[in-house]
Design a protein around this ligand. Structure first.
Ligand SMILES: Cc1cc2nc3c(=O)[nH]c(=O)nc-3n(C[C@H](O)[C@H](O)[C@H](O)COP(=O)(O)O)c2cc1C
Length: 315
């Protein structure tokens, strides 16, 4: 099985990817959070600069519903030497979807078809697609699959939920199965994977969200993309749950953001966002998270983090 790091806006930045790759790794491809500005913003450009992504296989992701915008961004990626880009048809965020981008684009199959025709015709790079299975109704998936099947995409990454489902409830595994029956390209599964367990707690059937569930329920998956599971427990792909590694990873991230971000407040925002997920690596995560979230300076933040790690060590 191949593993991909999911793109997560504001979280899986190049600073995160570099530190993760250094201390954990085990990821075959890293997808950048979406790039959406026709002429890349300086933050977006920094995220894909080759010198910020050395030693990793990185795929720039593009969020667009206009072919000229997609092609312009892909052109920049090509100039930096990337062999492929990824199209975002999965973002459910209100502001993105309301403008007909991300999963919002799935509501307009005719426009989507014209867009795909043009980008697959003109893009100098290989294109993979990351998609949801529709906007409001699982019946939309058939038509989308028929459409996707016409293009020579590098791979299709499926998050089997509808736009309107956000991240709630369970995924629709049958939609992934339907794709396996129809698509000739490699398929990547994405959604809710949180552990590599292959059997259930009592040796029985593997639970939802585990690797055992995925391989028995969806054996057609060629790869799996993981997002929140890695943020919650960075060691879950490699099996390294040591606090020493987690601390080194954390410190490198922090130092990176101190260098990159303008001002401590922005650095704190970044780190606090991450703790929303990473707090789950700690027993009593809630209590610790509060202290970290309340910190107003880097000095307070460091003390709160020291306490979290110390208490966990003392166990
Ligand atoms: C905070 C946040 C930001 C995200 N940003 C992106 C993004 O930039 N591009 C994208 O395709 N998906 C984005 N996603 C969706 C994830 O890539 C992934 O599809 C989703 O989290 C489900 O996978 P998981 O259950 O392994 O986390 C984001 C999700 C979250 C929670």
């Amino acid at each position: 099985m191949k593993y991909y790091l999911a793109p997560m806006e504001g979280l899986t930045t190049y600073n995160f990817r570099r530190a993760y790759h250094k201390y954990y790794g085990g990821v075959d491809k890293y997808f950048t959070p979406f790039l959406a500005v026709r002429n890349l913003s300086s933050r977006e450009r920094a995220d894909i600069l080759p010198e910020h992504n050395e030693g990793m296989r990185v795929v720039p992701q593009i969020l667009a519903n206009r072919a000229d915008v997609f092609l312009n961004i892909a052109g920049e990626a090509a100039a930096y030497g990337y062999p492929s880009v990824n199209l975002n048809l999965g973002c459910p965020s209100g502001t993105v979807a309301a403008r007909g981008r991300g999963a919002g684009f799935l509501k307009f199959p005719e426009e989507l078809e014209r867009f795909l025709d043009e980008i697959f015709d003109k893009c100098p790079l290989r294109i993979s697609v990351k998609t949801r299975i529709g906007a409001e109704n699982v019946e939309e998936w058939e038509r989308l699959l028929e459409l996707f099947g016409r293009y020579p995409m590098e791979e299709l990454i499926i998050h089997p939920r509808l736009l309107q489902e956000g991240y709630g409830g369970r995924v629709h595994p049958e939609a992934f199965e339907a794709a396996a029956g129809r698509m000739k390209v490699p398929l990547c599964y994405n959604g809710d994977l949180i552990s590599l367990e292959t059997v259930g707690p009592d040796g029985g059937e593997a639970e939802y969200g585990t690797m055992g569930w995925l391989t028995s329920r969806l054996p057609e998956a060629d790869a799996v993309m993981v997002g929140r599971g890695i943020l919650r427990r960075p060691g879950f792909l490699t099996g390294d749950f040591s606090l020493v590694t987690l601390r080194a990873f954390h410190d490198e991230l922090l130092e990176g953001y101190i260098r990159i971000m303008s001002g401590d407040t922005n650095t704190l925002f970044k780190m606090k966002d991450l703790w929303t997920f990473m707090g789950e690596s700690f027993d009593n995560g809630e209590k610790h998270l509060k202290k970290i979230k309340k910190s107003k300076s880097l000095w307070e933040y460091r003390i709160a983090v020291d306490t979290v790690f110390r208490e966990q060590e003392q166990g």
